[in-house]
Design a protein around this ligand. Structure first.
Ligand SMILES: C[S@@+](CC[C@H](N)C(=O)[O-])C[C@H]1O[C@@H](n2cnc3c(N)ncnc32)[C@H](O)[C@@H]1O
Length: 181
């Protein structure tokens, strides 16, 4: 009986610790993320997005709020693209760096608020953010991104932008291209 209890504790304690890390990190950045919690895009969605997003190894790819970095790693695996991810949640940032290290994937993760980044240097921008944040991001993208830049928004549309493609994989995924004004 004692061994059984000990085994349960050995499983439950690490799980409780992981949950605590997640909760503390989430509370820590709540003001900036406007509800965009650290929730990952599913494998099925990522593969469907990449099917519709051919890239060259030199493509400058960014994930705005990259979570554990899985989208960037999948893009590297498929196309050899060395993308960049911005993440302010310390727990997500830690996981992204850890996975990159363990899997030896050379994508860059920066612990930085992406609103402080100049987005004009990227060719492909991926994000999975919540509506309040997209509302703020939309004018920044209009102002900064170059003509021809592709923007992909998972689950929620980018206000004021007209998608050229909407995929439906569990949820809608919106594809935009910056056109000349
Ligand atoms: C819904 S998750 C998506 C994670 C990842 N892109 C994916 O698709 O698996 C959104 C992430 O954006 C991060 N985030 C929100 N606002 C941010 C900001 N201003 N700068 C950097 N990261 C931000 C959150 O911490 C969260 O981890």
């Amino acid at each position: 009986m004692k061994i059984f209890l000990l085994a349960i504790l050995l499983v439950l304690l690490p799980l409780a610790f992981l949950k605590l890390c997640y909760a503390i990190s989430t509370i820590f950045v709540l003001g900036k993320t406007k509800g965009a919690l650290f929730v990952s895009t599913s494998r099925a969605k990522i593969e469907a997005i990449l099917d519709n997003l051919p890239m060259e190894p030199e493509t400058r790819l960014v994930d705005l709020g990259c979570g554990d970095g899985r989208f960037l790693r999948a893009a590297f695996k498929r196309y050899g693209v060395k993308g960049v991810g911005f993440e302010i949640n310390p727990w997500a940032y830690f996981l992204a760096c850890l996975w990159n290290l363990l899997l030896r994937v050379p994508v860059k993760i920066k612990r930085k608020n992406f609103f402080k980044e100049d987005l004009s240097r990227y060719d492909v921008i991926f994000c999975y953010l919540f509506p309040d944040l997209l509302l703020e991001l939309s004018p920044k993208l209009q102002k900064e991104v170059r003509v021809g830049t592709i923007i992909v928004s998972a689950n929620f549309p980018l206000p004021g932008w007209e998608p050229y493609l909407i995929l439906r994989v569990e949820d809608p995924i919106y594809f935009y291209c910056k056109r000349p004004s």
